[in-house]
Design a protein around this ligand. Structure first.
Ligand code: PLP
Length: 378
């Protein structure tokens, strides 16, 4: 099955009992058992729910994985992966990442004895150098949030294999429409399905796609044991969003390209981050490992925070808000919003400055979006 067909059909056959073409919302906590020790494949909805299972099978198919798992949020999915590790294990992570992931590492897992160090997201050699005898996990996000750095997944895959470490890739920004990390050598893909997969800013969720049975068993055990699962409605909404992923991602990318080109030529803008621009340092790598450049655009405004405040005030179509990947255009100020959980010193070291603005262009008409930006940049 080709990708666009999988979006509509993977995990989503017509309902066996009624023929319903959409997977029903199985709003139930528990399931009748026919006799002691004889259930019909379902026991309790923390352990398994048919609507959630459809979503899990769907993400596995989309990511060319064997197994899928759904969680209550992206961070809950990440927590499941970190729980594969134990005290004294070491993680190497790319240095540019979603602020909440950084907070999970530093404020939650470090105190349980996990060792974490950071490598230059753009440079595989830097990951290799950071390896320790006890490195169990290599963590990459690509393109990164918010600087849209590109990490070479195949190169990290080889490093991970030699080090007998697990490679996880956060594929939230690219989505499997533009990038499939497991095909490039990753072991696990994590998503905040809150973003492009859900696509309508109406549901929080997280997904894992897993290549290997043993890893899957560990994660599945944790999912049931800790219980941060999505309810059936959330799973259903996410599945519904996924059906239009291809159509939406194409539209997001067209708008992102036009906006990036517009910003690159604007006198009030000092820097544009978009991997589709040939001036982006990761452009060639992105061109090789992705089938498109995605929908996110970040840029720096000349003059820093003052002009940024003015800019956000004047926007009419772009909404100042956290999150991304919905059909409506959002604008965010990473320094005090999505990346506020990273201490200022670290933030500035990572180029998340007071001048940085992150845009998530929606699928509105690009003329309107550019007019909105033009007015706000005046
Ligand atoms: C939002 C986000 C997350 C966290 O997901 P939630 O659904 O908000 O818990 C993780 N990674 C990236 C890249 C994100 O943008």
């Amino acid at each position: 099955m080709k990708f666009e067909t999988k979006l509509i059909h993977a995990g989503q056959e017509a309902d066996k009992q009624t023929g319903s073409v959409n997977v029903p919302v199985y709003q139930t906590a528990t399931y009748k058992q026919d006799a002691i020790g004889r259930d019909r494949g379902w026991e309790y909805s923390r352990t398994g729910n048919p609507t959630r299972k459809a979503l899990e099978d769907c993400i596995a198919a989309l990511e060319s994985a064997k197994y899928g798992l759904a969680f209550a949020s992206g961070l809950a999915a990440e927590t499941a992966v970190l729980n594969l590790l134990k005290k004294g294990d070491h993680v190497v992570a790319g240095d540019d990442m979603y602020g909440g992931t950084y907070r999970l590492f530093e404020k939650v897992f470090r105190k349980w004895g996990l060792e974490i160090s950071y490598a230059d997201s753009r440079n595989p050699a830097s990951f290799k150098k950071a390896l320790r005898r006890n490195t169990r996990l290599i963590w990459a996000e690509t393109p990164t949030n918010p600087l849209l750095n590109i990490t070479d997944i195949a190169a990290l895959g080889e490093i991970a294999k030699k080090a007998k470490a697990i490679l996880i890739v956060d594929n939230t920004f690219a989505t499997p429409y533009f990038q499939r990390p497991i095909e490039l050598g990753a072991d696990i893909v994590v998503h905040s399905s809150t973003k492009y997969l859900g696509g309508h800013s109406d549901v929080i969720g997280g997904l894992l796609a897993v290549a290997d049975a043993e890893l899957y068993e560990g994660l599945k055990f944790y999912q049931n044991a800790a219980g941060a699962v999505p309810g059936p409605w959330d799973a259903w909404l996410t599945l519904r969003g996924i059906k239009t992923l291809a159509a939406r991602m194409k539209a997001h990318e067209i708008n992102a390209f036009e906006i990036a080109a517009f910003l690159a030529g604007h006198p009030a803008v000092s820097k544009v981050y978009y991997p589709g621009l040939t001036t982006h340092p990761g452009h060639r790598l992105a061109d090789r490992q992705m089938s498109g450049f995605g929908g996110m655009v970040s840029f720096e405004l000349k003059g820093g925070k003052g002009p940024a405040e003015e800019f956000f005030k004047k926007l009419k179509i772009f909404t100042l808000a956290e999150s991304l990947g919905g059909v409506e255009s959002l604008a965010c100020y990473p320094a005090t919003m999505t990346h506020a959980s990273i201490p200022e010193k670290e933030r500035v070291k990572r180029a998340i400055t007071a001048a940085l603005v992150r845009l998530s262009p929606g699928i509105e008409n690009s003329d309107d979006l550019i007019k909105d930006l033009e007015r706000a940049l005046k």
